[in-house]
Design a protein around this ligand. Structure first.
Ligand code: ZN
Length: 198
């Protein structure tokens, strides 16, 4: 890194470690940024800062949004008695892209992973249980089919069972270990339609 001037080194350092960005990619990005017109770099920097400062958690489903409530929770036409539990906002987006799901969501922001030391209190489960105090007909658990996703699904199901609310799990048309966000819409819909009671 001593081949580069202080500013360049600092830039590479800040970029390294972003998801998917190793030392080599960080250098490539840094030099790309340095070759961009100053106005474009300014715009990029402003966009990043503004998104970080203005995006917040939806007061109901906890997805990331610009307002108090996200567009799905705000929509009176959605079925607010059907809640689909997903791991992150990208999974929510994947189901929204199908255009066929009419219920609302709950975003956990993670999954239970004893190996990584992530317990039930580290994801947004308490908020889900609070939401179930209102009129809810069904909770659809759409966590990933990874070990963490399955562990989380089992845990949630046990937690909700005593309330008498119907708990379902999306079908395993979704490949094992597959991240929801990479799965095509047809498969996602099939998984939703083929969901089974837990
Ligand atoms: Zn919401």
């Amino acid at each position: 890194m001593e081949y580069y001037s202080g500013h360049i080194s600092k830039l590479i350092e800040e970029l390294t470690g972003l998801p998917g960005i190793g030392a080599k990619s960080a250098q490539r990005l840094a030099f790309h940024l340095l070759n961009m017109p100053v106005e474009r770099v300014e715009k990029l920097a402003e966009t990043v800062v503004s998104a970080r400062k203005n995006v917040r958690y939806c007061a109901q489903c906890l997805t990331l949004t610009d307002d108090e409530l996200c567009p799905v929770c705000k929509n009176g036409k959605r079925d607010h008695r059907q809640i689909m539990v997903v791991e992150n906002p990208r999974d929510l987006a994947a189901y929204e892209k199908t255009g066929k799901y009419e219920g609302v969501y709950h975003v956990l922001h993670g999954a239970i992973s004893p190996m990584l030391g992530i317990g039930p209190n580290d994801i947004r489960l308490k908020e889900l249980m609070q939401r179930l105090q209102a009129d809810v007909d069904e909770v659809i658990i759409a966590t990933n089919s990874s070990l963490e996703g399955e562990t989380t699904a089992m845990y949630i199901s046990k937690l909700i069972k005593p309330t008498g609310i119907r708990v379902t799990r999306i079908a395993s048309g979704v490949p094992v270990g597959g991240d929801l966000e990479y799965i095509d819409e047809v498969t996602l819909l099939r998984a939703l339609e083929g969901r089974t009671d837990l």
